[in-house]
Design a protein around this ligand. Structure first.
Ligand SMILES: C[S@@+](CC[C@H](N)C(=O)[O-])C[C@H]1O[C@@H](n2cnc3c(N)ncnc32)[C@H](O)[C@@H]1O
Length: 233
């Protein structure tokens, strides 16, 4: 098998992580979640919103694919998990087995998240906990959420999403947040740091946004153990 210098997937995958993985990726203290509304965008097939709702937290999940039916989302989720893990073997050297034991454990967590998400989706859609949105626009007034989380879209897919899209999304995420925005990872599919992180930081800084890079207790892509925290200055 030929080793690749990046996870060679042909799409932005519709899959998701569980609540516990989110907490570690973003380095969150549970008490922070009890202080107002939370936005997860893009939420994909993550079970963060469903699990948090069960705990009595106020989470809204947004994704470009939430105009599909739950059956279509389940089918797409299964197909995309299959695609990602088929490509995974040729890129395994870009990952470390610290947080997860092995590929079977990661796949089981992706399937678990998809199932919990799908079980909650129809009810949550009616309750407006799941909302169809297309970044870089969010259909919410300024400061609607105390905390905004955005994982595994920005920076990760920097090979197909351009710089201006990144800036527009980051500003929009900050616009709807009153306290902070957390973004993870800061690396691309090649496990290298997003190449324009300095320009992004300067551009946000000149727009009155404070940028902090914070270590987190999560690492799967080799070296990807930092999140970006954004807040208003
Ligand atoms: C890999 S998933 C990330 C899910 C979750 N945040 C996580 O970390 O597990 C990426 C998601 O981005 C969504 N997406 C892609 N482009 C988008 C856009 N312009 N606006 C909103 N969502 C988008 C995809 O549909 C997909 O569900």
């Amino acid at each position: 098998m030929k080793e690749r210098d990046q996870l060679n997937i042909d799409r932005i995958a519709f899959l998701g992580r569980t609540y516990a993985e989110y907490m570690d990726m973003i380095g969150l203290d549970e008490s922070l979640l009890r202080n107002g509304r939370i936005l997860d965008c893009p939420a994909g097939a993550s079970s963060f919103a469903a699990e948090a709702h069960q705990m009595g937290l106020d989470v809204t999940a947004c994704d470009i694919l939430y105009n599909l039916t739950v059956d279509e989302l389940l089918e797409k989720g299964k197909e995309d998990i299959g695609h990602v893990f088929e490509k995974f073997d040729e890129a395994e050297h870009l990952y470390v087995w610290k947080y997860y034991k092995n590929k079977d454990e990661v796949m089981a967590l992706r399937n678990k998240a998809l199932e919990i998400f799908a079980d909650d989706f129809s009810k949550g859609l009616k309750e407006k906990r799941y909302i169809h949105t297309e970044l870089p626009h969010l259909p919410f007034p300024d400061k609607t959420f105390s905390l905004v989380l955005s994982s595994h879209l920005l920076f990760l897919y920097g090979d197909r999403l351009d710089f201006d899209f990144h800036i527009a999304c980051l500003k929009e995420l900050v616009r709807v947040a009153s306290k902070a925005v957390g973004i993870f990872p800061l690396t691309g599919l090649d496990a290298k740091p997003y190449p324009h992180l300095n320009e992004i930081s300067s551009s946000l800084d000149s727009d009155g946004i404070k940028v902090e890079i914070v270590k987190v207790p999560f690492e799967f892509q080799r070296g990807a153990n930092e999140m970006m925290k954004l807040s208003r200055k």
